[in-house]
Write a protein that binds this ligand. Structure first.
Ligand code: DGP
Ligand code: NA
Ligand code: NA
Length: 232
């Protein structure tokens, strides 16, 4: 029974990897391909720097503000939570003094997926745990605030050594873009990896990575269309 029902949902696809692994350009290519094929698809990324929380994160990453490691960890997590679900009745109570503040995001993850849109997400909870635990924070503590976020249907890890990644056009000026730190992040990712992850060699040609990514994603989208439930 392959017929798509009206309740068929989109897939939550997450791309992970070190800085400069090619994730962002691959997610762009994947988005373009799926869109051209007529799929309902959106390209997302975390951190989402457009929200109030996102602006705090952006300022931290640019070294324009300093924050305790735990505090910034929770902000990254909050940035995922604020895009998860419908707003509750409580959170939509109007507050006359708050006009002009950052509006709540209108399009949220669960709503999009349930309405059949596939989301390609550049970084998610694994970045949260990998980057913060690389600083020495307890890994179980790092995982806790991620509990209850929607579980990805597919995690693709674009695999590249920290040394190779560093050779790629150099890092920018952001806080984490340093070889020694990226080596620690690579180690953290390795400890998070499980058999459900699709690992793609990010040092292959752009076209080969693109092809492997497409195959994995189309396969996953099929399973979701067939009624695989959304989980947490
Ligand atoms: P990007 O915009 O993908 O380049 O991400 C910005 C930087 O922030 C990058 O070095 C990865 C890091 N990062 C992404 N998500 C998290 C997170 O949840 N926690 C921490 N500590 N770092 C993150
Ligand atoms: Na980056
Ligand atoms: Na990136």
């Amino acid at each position: 029974e392959n017929k798509e029902s009206s309740s068929s949902r989109g897939a939550l696809i997450v791309l992970e990897g070190l800085d400069r692994c090619g994730k962002t350009s691959q997610s762009g290519k994947l988005y373009k391909y799926l869109d051209e094929q007529g799929h309902s698809v959106e390209s997302w990324r975390f951190p989402d720097r457009n929200t109030g929380v996102g602006q705090m994160i952006s300022s931290y990453l640019a070294n324009k503000s300093q924050l305790d490691d735990h505090a910034i960890h929770l902000l990254f997590s909050a940035n995922r939570w604020e895009k998860r679900d419908y707003l509750s009745e409580f959170s939509t109570w109007s507050c006359p003094q708050s006009t002009g503040a950052h509006p709540p995001p209108t399009s949220l993850m669960e709503e999009k997926l349930k309405s059949g849109t596939t989301l390609i997400v550049d970084r998610y909870s694994y970045s949260g745990v990998a980057f913060s635990s690389a600083k020495g924070l307890d890994i179980e503590w790092c995982k806790a605030p991620e509990i209850g976020l929607l579980a990805p249907d597919l995690v693709v890890y674009l695999d590249i050594s920290p040394e190779k990644a560093a050779e790629r056009g150099g890092y920018g000026d952001e806080r984490y873009e340093q070889l020694e730190f990226q080596k620690k992040v690579a180690g953290s990712y390795l400890s998070l990896r499980d058999s459900s992850w699709k690992v793609i060699d990010a040092t292959l040609s752009i076209e080969d990575v693109e092809k492997k990514l497409r195959e994995a994603v189309l396969d996953c989208m099929m399973t979701c269309h067939k009624g695989k439930p959304l989980s947490q």
